[in-house]
Design a protein around this ligand. Structure first.
Ligand SMILES: [Zn+2]
Length: 172
C-alpha cells in the first residue's frame, strides 16, 4: 500500500510541475509581453498580475476600486500611448482589447491576472527599427517586462525595464 501511495504522490507532483510550466508565472512587478511582427502587422499580447495595473487583485468592490480598474483599462486601450514605433514606419493601432479579471477572477490563492492585446498596422514596415514600450510610465508598480518576440528574421527573449524599454526590431 505504501508503494502505491508513493506512486500517487509522485504522479501528482509530476502533474503539478507540468502545470507550473504551462501556465505563465504569477509574479507581482513582472508581466509578459508577446510581440509578433509579420509583414505590415504587429501583434502584442500582455499578461500579468492585476497588482501591476491597479495595485490590488481582490474583486473591485468600492467605487475607488472600480474607478482604478476603469482608468487602467482606458490607459491600456490607448495602444498608441503604450507602444511607440519609428515615425517613418507609420504604425497605427487597428485593434485592441483589454481583459481585467472577471468579478470572481481570483485564483485559489487570491491572485488575479490581466490580459490585453493590440494589433498595429504599419504603412512602411521596412522603416521599423525599434519599439518603445511605455507601460512603465503608466504603471509604476511594473518593474520588469519579459518579452518574447518573433519577427521574420529572428525570435528571442528580452527583459525590458523602466530604464531600458526599447526593443530592437532590426535583423541581427
Ligand atoms: Zn497576485
Amino acid at each position: 500500500m505504501k508503494n502505491q501511495y508513493m506512486h500517487a504522490v509522485a504522479l501528482i507532483l509530476t502533474l503539478a510541475g507540468k502545470q507550473a510550466i504551462a501556465a505563465p508565472a504569477h509574479q507581482h512587478g513582472v508581466a509578459e509581453l508577446d510581440v509578433a511582427w509579420d509583414g505590415a502587422k504587429i501583434e502584442l499580447t500582455l499578461f500579468g498580475a492585476g497588482d501591476n495595473f491597479v495595485g490590488f487583485e481582490h474583486r473591485a468592490k468600492t467605487a475607488a476600486d472600480q474607478a482604478a480598474t476603469q482608468a487602467a483599462v482606458d490607459t491600456l486601450r490607448a495602444g498608441s500611448k503604450i507602444f511607440t514605433f519609428d515615425a517613418a514606419a507609420s504604425c497605427t493601432p487597428v485593434q485592441q482589447s483589454v481583459t481585467p479579471p472577471l468579478s470572481d477572477g481570483q485564483d485559489d490563492n487570491g491572485h488575479a491576472n490581466w490580459s490585453a492585446n493590440w494589433t498595429f498596422q504599419c504603412q512602411a514596415p521596412a522603416e521599423l527599427q525599434q519599439m518603445r514600450v511605455r507601460l512603465f510610465e503608466h504603471f509604476p508598480a511594473l518593474r520588469k517586462l519579459q518579452v518574447q518576440f518573433i519577427t521574420a528574421d529572428r525570435q528571442g527573449l528580452q527583459d525590458l525595464t523602466p530604464q531600458a524599454f526599447e526593443l530592437s526590431l532590426l535583423p541581427e
